[in-house]
Design a protein around this ligand. Structure first.
Ligand code: SF4
Length: 129
């Protein structure tokens, strides 16, 4: 897939986890991903899912915590500003910011993620970015 932007992951260390917190949303997970996360923590998958996942429209999403009005992924450590299951994070997190929805329009991404910048090589096709 071609994307009209480039991503510098070295910006992540200083950004404060903007993609793991904010106004709320969904971190979709498959059952296999939940099983892998549970195994990494030495937990039973069913108990793990009950504690950390929720069912939304027939799918599974990670739970959120709301702190001072801000929605945080249940695995985001706001003090250390990092993901506490990083090695076992779901595909949605692994593939960020290269999501299909940002192929056509990446304006939101450019506002939110300091690691994203326009790919000047593809600038002519980046009319919505
Ligand atoms: S699983 Fe980790 S990387 Fe994904 S949203 Fe939660 S804290 Fe962020």
């Amino acid at each position: 897939m071609n994307f009209p932007f480039q991503f510098d992951s070295t910006a992540c260390a200083a950004c404060g986890g903007r993609c793991c917190r904010g106004t709320g949303g969904y971190v979709w997970v498959s059952w296999a991903e939940l099983e892998a996360m549970a195994a990494a923590r030495g937990m039973n998958a069913g108990l793990f899912a009950k504690q950390y996942a929720r069912r939304v429209q027939g799918r599974l999403s990670l739970q959120e915590r709301v702190v001072n009005g801000e929605h945080l992924c249940c695995f985001f450590d706001r003090i250390a500003c990092c993901c506490t299951i990083y090695d076992n994070r779901p595909e949605q997190c692994r593939t960020f910011p290269f999501w299909e929805r940002y192929q056509e329009d990446c304006r939101e991404l450019l506002r939110e993620c300091p690691g994203v910048s326009l790919d000047l090589l593809h600038k002519s096709s980046a009319s919505n970015c």
